[in-house]
Design a protein around this ligand. Structure first.
Ligand code: BYC
Length: 330
């Protein structure tokens, strides 16, 4: 059985012997590659893990609009502005599909939002880094969306139906995002020496934070083993990180840029690059709220929530009036 073959990383996997008959029947469905739909029976841990992961993913899409939104008014041309605006709007859409998928598990979007705003739910560490120059728009599209795609393409086959269907559409749009980022990098890297230096600087700052997006190393990953047994995750964090490095280094070479890692070296035996681990201490500090932009990001989301209260109240009052009118007419 697939579930029993999964190597235990961090926390282990529930063994067959410890499973209730319902748990075992559920695991059989997962092992047979069946999709789980919202009204199907599911273990509480499966439901909670999905709410945590899909909710965190949705929040990442929403908070992820902030570092790029920062550059919409300062894009260098009208065309770049229109493209960036469309990309940022796509991220809002991704957040909405994902909140919708999580809501099928019995939690409301309002509740998830409250949990983001008071720090009970996370969003991706990457969005706690600032976007300082226009070249950062290139690096974010190329590296951040590139890492997101690497993680999300396998999630199209994840076991929970609504999540896997949301990922199919999201991945199509992410491919466009990554290409627009690479296109900005190409223009900058092949431009003036000053533009090339900006592109290199953006790569220097975004390289290791992008590697952190895949989560802690497998030995420190708390959820990977059980999430893989349930086919919520299809790969370990380290597997995806390695694939990302192997895909991205030749792209940096093509741009004529240098990946900021002295230990980066092709390893013919493993058929992939050896590379330095990110600074995990920094990663866990960012997760605790101590990254360069954590305070700003949460302040911006809290302000958006507070400033939008009148819109939500107005919509609720309108819906209530409509309902009352309909009841009176019946
Ligand atoms: N940032 O046991 P682990 C995007 C937490 S792209 C923050 O390995 P898991 C976008 C983890 O939650 C980004 N927290 O966890 C791109 C756990 O803490 P809790 C969004 C992280 O869940 C461009 C603890 O560390 N993509 O949206 O098995 C533009 C232990 O980790 C991070 C997704 O969310 C991190 N980087 O694996 C706009 C993809 N890494 O919850 C938007 C879906 C780990 O126990 N998510 N943690 O307190 C996943 O694939 C998995 O959740 C992860 C982590 C690979 C991220």
């Amino acid at each position: 059985m697939y579930a029993q073959m999964v190597k235990s990383t961090g926390k282990g996997v529930m063994s067959r012997a410890d499973m209730s008959p319902e748990d075992a029947a559920f695991q059989d469905r997962i092992d047979a590659g069946e999709k789980i739909e919202p009204k199907d029976w599911m273990p509480e841990g499966y439901r909670k893990t999905l709410i945590r992961q899909i909710g965190q993913h949705a929040h990442s899409e929403i908070v992820g609009q902030l570092p790029e939104g920062n550059w919409i008014t300062r894009a260098p041309t009208l065309e770049r502005k229109a493209i960036l605006l469309a990309k940022v709007q796509d991220e809002a859409g991704h957040g909405l599909y994902l909140y919708g998928a999580a809501e099928t598990l019995g939690i409301s979007r309002d509740e998830m939002t409250r949990m983001l705003l008071d720090g009970r739910m996370k969003y991706s560490s990457i969005f706690n880094y600032p976007t300082l120059t226009w070249a950062d728009m290139g690096a974010v599209g190329w590296l951040v969306d590139g890492a997101a795609i690497m993680n999300q393409v396998p999630l199209q086959r994840t076991s929970f139906g609504p999540y896997s269907r949301a990922m199919i559409r999201i991945c199509k749009e992410e491919s466009f995002h990554q290409r627009q980022g690479f296109d900005i990098m190409m223009k900058m890297a092949k431009g003036t020496p000053q533009q090339k230096a900006m592109a290199q600087d953006a790569l220097n700052r975004f390289w290791f934070p992008s590697l952190m997006m895949f989560g802690p190393s497998d030995k420190d990953s708390v959820h990977s083993a059980q999430s893989m047994a349930w086919r919520i995750k299809m790969n370990t964090n380290d597997e995806l990180r390695q694939k990302f490095v192997d895909q991205t280094v030749p792209q940096a070479d093509y741009l004529g840029l240098r990946v900021p890692d002295e230990n980066l070296k092709w390893n013919a035996d493993k058929g992939g690059y050896d590379f330095s681990e990110p600074d995990w201490e920094e990663f866990f500090e960012v997760l605790k709220g101590n990254g360069p932009c954590n305070v700003d990001r949460l302040a911006a989301r809290n302000a958006a929530w507070d400033n939008g209260a009148w819109v939500r109240d107005g919509l609720m009052a309108h819906a209530e009036k409509k309902r009352a009118r309909k009841t009176a007419a019946e």
